[in-house]
Design a protein around this ligand. Structure first.
Ligand code: ADP
Ligand code: MG
Ligand code: ZN
Length: 611
């Protein structure tokens, strides 16, 4: 569209230019143009010194020296004209008449231009059309080309290992790849085969993409970035052709890195038959495999792929010679989290009292992306408060925002609902406090956040990778506490406990079907989770157990929930007084930090001054 307008403008300009040229040639500005009658009269009055006929123009010079111009009909000679106007031939004798051939090229221009101009315009127009069509054509041809982005090396945004905090093992593994790319000869001389593929595995936001770019940055080689989904188009065959062109480009630039992000989009197990267009994916995947097998020893192209779903990948991708190196990137632990925070605060002014270690302690389970997001939220909060540097309060507030959702202080709730929320959260907090396997309470609040009416924040003391049955049972008890308190104090329950109950049920189910922690059903798993590709979500569980076992599972879920419920109830009954103290405190202060909460539970503060 833009091009069309540009072409049109160009035409217009050319046209104007020609027209202007034309008019300067055909006009003689200094000379007055007079009519034939005037000329005839002047001739009769003997005022004319000379006449010069040039084409259609008659230039007149008068005796007094002034000049005039007369247009005559083309083809009519001067003598016919004069005799037609009955000019006395005797009067002409004193006049010098010269007939001049019109000057060379203005004459020709005058003849040719009227024909040539339209022709020229048509020709130009055709030319532009052709060119446009050609462009379209080449675009159609490039449809099957890869649009891989080749990151420029002297790019200022070049990422190196320094920008990736933590992930020590992954970096170690990958620095070998860097070595290969930098000094390929060293390895080739020893007959070592350079690894072809490295697969980065890790949950979303753990820095896989970042790490891949860092490898290219460290090795100082070109980096072709392409996302798995970019291979899959509407038309069958496009993906495979894009793979071909991508690898062709890469081989020309060797040594280099080809990075296929989110490879599970094309690398899913073949032949599952579920979901549309899997033919296309299979072809694409086959082409990737073929290309990877086709590397010569001398071609130092290393393919790095990233995925967060290694379980769905086709086994053929993982065999030696393809993605034989697999680097797992874990969620960062306490120390790594602090490091990541340090990387991301570099351009952010912080208060002096900010202790990033405490932030790291409060954010177990956060990924690198979550942490980056957290700092960004804190910076936004600080800006909104018109402060110049980020403080601890903003950071804590940002943690909760990232974890639970934005605060909704303005939500108007009735006193009755506020009271219910206060007791509900007090119940969660109290049970969590007294159960040995539950994480300590960090904060209790009845300010709505995200979709929650209130929340109890529990943070583990240390990073935990394994969980025992008692951990889960305690968790269920804490979840049920809100529901129990509502029933106990207000006589009936509200919808506020819905998500607690849902979560409790799903924990109980996982306990039995995934972790084999039920004594009744024994150490085995139940059900195979099948995934439907087009929804990208588990929605279908294939049963590998009988109807009878299904009943047993349901009964066992109920039994776990009853067991945990009884524990919670006992704690609540024994500490009824404390429950009320906390709930009342929440109604007054809305939020209790860890220290305040624990102070309220200490025996000597039975009668605490709440205001
Ligand atoms: P993934 O590809 O694994 O989903 P990304 O590599 O896109 O995750 O990471 C998202 C963002 O999170 C990065 O741009 C970076 O800002 C941040 N991040 C993640 N991990 C780290 C890390 N180890 N060090 C520093 N920043 C990180
Ligand atoms: Mg990514
Ligand atoms: Zn609750």
């Amino acid at each position: 569209m833009k091009k069309l307008i540009r072409n049109f403008l160009l035409f217009f300009l050319i046209f104007i230019a020609i027209a202007a040229l034309f008019s300067t040639f055909s006009q003689n500005n200094e000379v007055a143009d007079v009519g034939i009658e005037k000329m005839v009269q002047e001739l009769n009055d003997n005022q004319v010194k000379s006449l010069v006929v040039s084409g259609n123009e008659i230039k007149i010079e008068l005796i007094d020296g002034s000049k005039q111009l007369v247009q005559k009909e083309s083809g009519e000679s001067l003598s016919t004209l004069l005799s037609n106007f009955a000019v006395d031939p005797a009067k002409l004798q004193t006049v010098a008449v010269t007939v001049q051939e019109p000057s060379g090229w203005s004459y020709w221009l005058g003849i040719i231009l009227p024909f040539a101009l339209p022709l020229l315009l048509v020709a130009l127009f055709l030319m532009f059309m052709m060119r446009g069509a050609q462009g379209m054509n080449s675009r159609a041809m490039s449809f099957g080309q890869s649009s891989a982005k080749d990151f420029n090396l002297d790019n200022k945004e070049r990422v190196t290992f320094k920008d990736v905090a933590g992930a020590k093992e992954a970096k170690e593994e990958l620095s070998e790849v860097v070595e290969f790319l930098r000094y390929p000869k060293k390895f080739q001389d020893l007959g070592a085969r350079i690894p072809r593929g490295v697969l980065l595995l890790g949950s979303p936001g753990t820095g896989k993409t970042l790490l891949a770019r860092a490898v290219a940055g460290e090795a100082k080689v070109p980096f072709f970035h392409m996302s798995g989904s970019e291979f899959v188009e509407m038309f069958v065959g496009v993906g495979a052709s894009r793979v071909r062109s991508l690898f062709q480009k890469a081989k020309k630039q060797s040594p280099c890195i080809v990075f296929i992000d989110e490879i599970d989009a094309v690398g899913r197990r073949r032949g599952s038959g579920m979901g549309g267009s899997h033919d296309e994916r299979e072809q694409t995947l086959n082409q990737i495999l073929v290309e990877m097998d086709g590397f010569e020893i001398s071609q130092n192209v290393i393919v790095i792929a990233a995925t967060n779903r290694p379980d769905v990948l086709d086994p053929a991708l993982l065999r030696p010679g393809r993605f034989d190196r697999q680097v797992v990137i874990d969620r960062p632990d306490l120390k790594d989290r602090e490091e990541i925070l340090k990387v991301h605060v570099k351009k952010k002014p912080l208060d002096k009292e900010v202790d990033l270690k405490r932030i790291a302690e409060r954010t177990p389970g956060f990924s690198g992306a979550d942490l980056a997001n957290l700092l960004n939220e804190a910076a936004i909060l600080t800006a909104r408060e018109d402060k110049k540097s980020i403080g601890m309060a903003e950071l804590f507030s940002a943690i909760e925002k990232v974890m639970i959702g934005p605060e909704r202080k303005s939500r108007v709730i009735s006193d009755k609902e506020k009271k219910i929320t206060a007791y509900h959260e007090a119940g969660h907090a109290l049970v969590a406090h007294f159960l040995p396997n539950s994480d300590p309470v960090q904060k209790v609040s009845i300010i709505a956040r995200g979709s929650a009416g209130g929340y109890t924040l529990k943070v583990p003391i240390e990073d935990k990778y394994f969980h025992a049955k008692s951990d889960f049972l305690d968790e269920i008890a804490v979840l049920l506490a809100g529901h129990l308190v509502e029933k106990e104090i207000f006589g009936e329950v509200t919808t506020g406990a819905t998500s607690d109950l849902r979560r409790a049920t799903s924990v109980a189910r996982s306990l039995i079907t995934d972790y084999g922690m039920s004594d009744v059903l024994g150490p085995r798993t139940f059900g195979q989770k099948e995934e439907l590709i087009f929804l990208g979500r588990e929605i279908h569980e294939q049963r590998d157990y009988s109807e009878k076992v299904a009943e047993q599972i349901d009964a066992e879920i109920a039994s776990f929930i009853a067991q945990a419920g009884a524990v919670a109830k006992r704690i609540l009954d024994e500490n009824r007084k404390k429950l009320e103290i906390i709930a009342e405190a929440l109604l007054v202060r809305e939020t209790l930090e860890k220290e305040e909460f624990e102070a309220l539970l200490a025996p000597e503060t039975a009668k605490v001054d709440l205001v």
